[in-house]
Design a protein around this ligand. Structure first.
Ligand SMILES: [Zn+2]
Length: 227
């Protein structure tokens, strides 16, 4: 996960003392925009600047908006007790790609861990709005952010090339490979183990000094998923 400090300059200073008890997820309600756009829009609202703590672009890059200790401006009544994360896009009219989803999941999990909290809300669950959109993968992120070690333990069978079969464990392997910046092709983590996934696994195995056979068994799983 690549995190960039956008180094925004905030007007009138910010209020500090944020005490995060939850993560609140938003969309930008714009198919394409940068954190600088959001900062400008929020300044135009008369706010101090970007109201979110983080912004996740479609390519998976994470930008820092407000400092985590600063009180946000993203969810009325919850700004002093939450971390606000915004995803680029309009998820009423489009679906989220895997690169963005993976960063969002990783970022959300790291915040939950850091503060020892577990609650994730979509903005609409706390306020009358359609943010973050109908197609936003809210249920998936809630489930996967909560998933503990059990859900990522080795499934007990060899995962190998089989381009015709969709498999959730292949999806987990592919997501991890992407997270570690291995190229698995333009389809992303689609759950189908094809040529590109095979190449990425072999490259990962070579980099890790594992036996290079392109098959995910216990050792490769352990190193890739739990390592
Ligand atoms: Zn929102």
């Amino acid at each position: 996960m690549n995190i960039i400090n956008a180094d925004l300059s905030f007007r009138d200073g910010l209020s500090y003392g944020n005490n995060p008890k939850m993560v609140v997820l938003h969309h930008a309600d714009a198919v394409s925009c940068s954190i600088e756009d959001i900062h400008r829009w929020h300044l135009e609202n008369g706010w101090s600047g970007c109201g979110y703590h983080y912004f996740v672009r479609k390519d998976g890059t994470v930008y820092i908006g407000r400092d985590e200790k600063a009180i946000g401006a993203h969810c009325l009544n919850y700004n002093a007790v939450s971390i606000g994360i915004c995803a680029e896009g309009n998820f009423n009219v489009e679906a989220m790609g895997e690169a963005q989803y993976n960063s969002l999941l990783q970022l959300t999990k790291s915040i939950l861990n850091k503060y020892g909290i577990s609650k994730i809300y979509g903005h609409f669950e706390l306020y009358s709005t359609d943010c973050p959109g109908n197609n936003f993968p809210l249920d998936r992120i809630k489930k996967e952010a909560a998933a503990g070690e059990n859900c990522t333990s080795y499934p007990g069978y060899l995962i190998k090339m089989n381009p015709g079969l969709e498999d959730d464990n292949v999806k987990i392997v592919q997501s991890k490979l992407m997270e570690k910046e291995y190229d698995i092709g333009r389809c992303g983590a689609d759950g189908y183990f094809g040529e590109k996934t095979l190449e990425a696994i072999e490259k990962f195995q070579a980099d890790e000094g594992l036996m290079v056979d392109g098959v995910v068994g216990g050792n490769t799983w352990e190193r890739l998923i739990l390592g």
